[in-house]
Design a protein around this ligand. Sequence first.
Ligand code: OAD
Length: 248
Amino acid sequence: MTETRRFSTALIDRLRSAEAVAVLTGAGISAESGVPTFRGQDGLWKKYRPEELANFDAFMRNPTLVWEWYNYRRELISEVDPNPGHYALAQLEKMCDTFTLITQNVDGLHQRAGSKRVLELHGNITKNRCVSCSKTDGVSRTIDDLPHCDCGGLLRPDVVWFGESLPQKELELAFDTASRSTVFLNIGTSGVVQPAASLSLVARRNGAYVCEINIEETVLSGQMDETILGPSGEIMPHLVELLKKNRM
Ligand code: OAD
């Protein structure tokens, strides 16, 4: 398929004239960097039980087990690099007047690729938060023993676990951004985890052109203006190149 045939004229025209572009990314954008996704054949939730590892009660019952899993993921993430999909989004940000990247990922790869305005809805795996005083630190190293805060409280990874609320400020900004966007892209997300999964629907209700980029159709595909099937590490650089030729 050629570049021009892969993207609809509607998408290119909308992106060129877009006043406000918003993007939601999920685990799929980092898959080509070697970070495993959660669902699908080789997904993390096929091998591990989220209720034992991504849950506050489970953490308090067995913090060592949960830390082992997070240390394994921290190490994995520290050894990988952003892929062309992440870099293309950083370029797209530079080309747009108003651009917001909303991510469910905790791996920090968007920031490492150069994205500036990033809303992390599910936290960041490189940070810790005290279960007693809620203070966060930015430690990005692997911790061998159970880490504690200055106040004596146990430190936990600063990520959102099942049953927990998302960070209020980021959540409000994400929904505000979605409702004001004129183009909204859903990239590499299965669309089954709320409230992130609702963002593109809010955008569409408010008039945005909504497009999904994924290797396969998702539960949200029927509610998109357009679904582009393929790896984001290939699709996104093509899209940005095409937009450069038709300078925004
Ligand atoms: P999922 O693992 O649910 O979905 C990943 C999506 O990426 C799937 O739809 C894949 O088809 C797609 N995909 C895989 N490789 C791709 C590629 N190279 N290019 C494009 N798409 C690709 O991940 P999320 O939707 O991010 O939450 O999951 C949402 C949340 O569920 C995560 O943030 C995490 C998880 O439980 C928490 O831990 C709180």
